[in-house]
Write a protein of this length. Structure first.
Length: 220
């Protein structure tokens, strides 16, 4: 009973006080199946004609355009920072890209170490790598493998890990550490693919297949 009363009070506050609605990374929210949740929350807010709505998205798929029509005023303005017709804007033209196909999964661990080692032993004195894996478990496993490998080699290159299994405080500390170092390796899942900017990154390594072309682009 008390929960219902508090819930109604919260809804009344939202309905009477909300003047601006901000939807960030909306395409990602839709990909993760939150459309119904978004609609439920918006149902408690003032009508779209009575509020300002700001919607941010890296892409504009048809499902997102439907959400825009449902949640924004009829005269809303679209600011397109990237032209979909210009392929060169999807991945930066100056970013050299290549791929490696392994003959079998038996080579996975050794290939990860070999590729990272080739970057660390290159002529570049200050290398910063962001290494993406599909899952948090893989991130945790491979960062430990690499740390043991570097220890055996006597290489003191700093390593960092960011994924959903770590607390927000830990992730913030790791993110700041990698951002401030001149040389280092960040092992991460897609929690670092969007909305995060690290200066002076020299290499981005992606192990496994991204869940789509948009994820691939955001990782770069």
């Amino acid at each position: 009973q008390n929960t219902n009363i508090h819930g109604r009070r919260l809804c009344d506050v939202m309905r009477s006080n909300t003047q601006v609605l901000v939807l960030d990374e909306t395409d990602r929210l839709l990909d993760m199946g939150f459309r119904r949740d978004i609609q439920t929350i918006i149902g408690y807010l003032p009508k779209k004609e009575q509020r300002q709505t700001l919607l941010f998205s890296a892409t504009l798929p048809p499902t997102l355009r439907q959400v825009m029509a449902e949640t924004m005023k009829a005269d809303y303005v679209t600011v397109d920072c990237v032209s979909d017709g210009d392929v060169s804007t999807h991945t930066h033209a100056r970013v050299e890209q290549s791929h490696v196909i392994l003959p079998s999964m038996d080579r996975y661990v050794s290939s990860v170490l070999e590729i990272i080692d080739s970057v660390l032993t290159s002529d570049e004195p200050d290398v910063k790598l962001v290494v993406f894996f599909p899952t948090a478990r893989m991130v945790g496993y491979y960062v430990e493998v690499l740390r043991e490998y570097l220890k055996l080699k006597g290489d003191n290159t700093p390593t960092f890990e960011i994924h959903s299994k770590k607390t927000q405080g830990y992730r913030n500390k790791a993110s700041d550490g990698f951002r401030n170092t001149k040389r280092g390796i960040l092992f991460t899942s897609d929690v670092s693919a969007r909305g995060v900017d690290y200066p002076e990154v020299t290499h981005v390594l992606q192990f496994g297949i991204p869940d789509g072309s948009e994820t691939y682009v955001h990782r770069l």
